[in-house]
Write a protein that binds this ligand. Structure first.
Ligand SMILES: N[C@@H](CCC(=O)N[C@@H](CS)C(=O)NCC(=O)O)C(=O)O
Length: 246
């Protein structure tokens, strides 16, 4: 089997998404760790790999792919091993509805709320000049705006309430899907489980008010079954150099 190079951060969020697919498929890979707390994603050497300055990025046969959802479909299409996409086209579409939802709703809501908690503290340790210098290295304008907003006292309550509602609604959707079977789509583990798990893993800890044994028993059981899968367990066991938790 060909080998790939994977540029990634801790086993959390979008990096965990791709690490799970790689380990589940058994794809041989070289790990290139990018330390986000040291802003290594904005180093010129990494920007040459992904000009957006974000992880993960995959290199296969000298060609680079970005976007975790797209990378995972590519890995499943190109490499042998357990299929991670349903063969039935309707179920495959259902899988994509989950991965699209993760990218467009679930992950942004989680991410904005985490920024709201963490960024003001990080920025407080920088002088205004250091802050501007860090911002100047960020290639994506929306990322620079997100930093500025989070640093200037945080996001408006209206947005915070919307993101909290979206997370609670996500927990309800996961619980409802798992009433139909052991996995999110059809009767088999798929990229839908991988994408949702990468984001939901920390929710029993960070959002215990609505992810708990009373409100979401099936989701808790699914999180445990996911973490016990050998491929997922191997992804979770990847080093966490910075101590960041997803
Ligand atoms: N749409 C991209 C998003 C990638 C992304 O947001 N990566 C985060 C880590 S989970 C990152 O690199 N953050 C650092 C930064 O943007 O400076 C994907 O799915 O791969």
């Amino acid at each position: 089997m060909d080998q790939v190079d994977l540029f990634h951060a801790e086993p959390g969020s979008n990096s965990l998404k791709v690490l799970q697919a790689i380990h589940e498929k058994g794809v041989p890979f070289t790990s290139h760790y990018i330390n986000l707390t040291k802003f290594e994603q904005h180093d010129p050497a990494y920007l040459a790999i992904n000009p957006a300055g974000q992880v993960p990025a995959l290199c296969h046969k000298g060609r680079i792919l970005t976007e975790s959802t797209v990378i995972n479909e590519y890995i499943d299409a190109v490499f042998d091993g357990t299929p991670l996409r349903p063969s039935d086209e309707f179920e495959r579409a259902q899988m994509r509805i989950w991965t699209k939802y993760v990218d467009e709703v679930f992950r942004p809501a989680l991410s904005f709320l985490a920024w709201h908690r963490v960024i003001p503290g990080m920025v407080a340790s920088l002088s205004p000049e250091e802050f501007e210098a860090k911002l100047g290295r960020i290639p994506l304008r929306e990322k620079r705006d997100k930093w500025r907003l989070a640093a200037s006292g945080g996001f408006a309550e209206h947005y915070l309430a919307t993101w909290r509602f979206q997370l609670e609604d996500t927990a309800r959707r996961i619980e409802a899907a798992l009433a139909e079977g052991d996995w999110l789509v059809g009767q088999a583990f798929s990229l839908a489980d991988i994408a949702v798990f990468a984001m939901a893993i920390s929710m029993p800890r960070t959002y215990s008010e609505f992810v708990n044994a009373t409100a979401t028993p099936r989701m808790l059981d699914w999180l445990e079954r996911m973490a016990a899968r050998p491929g997922v367990a191997a992804a979770l066991a990847m080093p966490n150099h910075s101590g960041l938790q997803s």
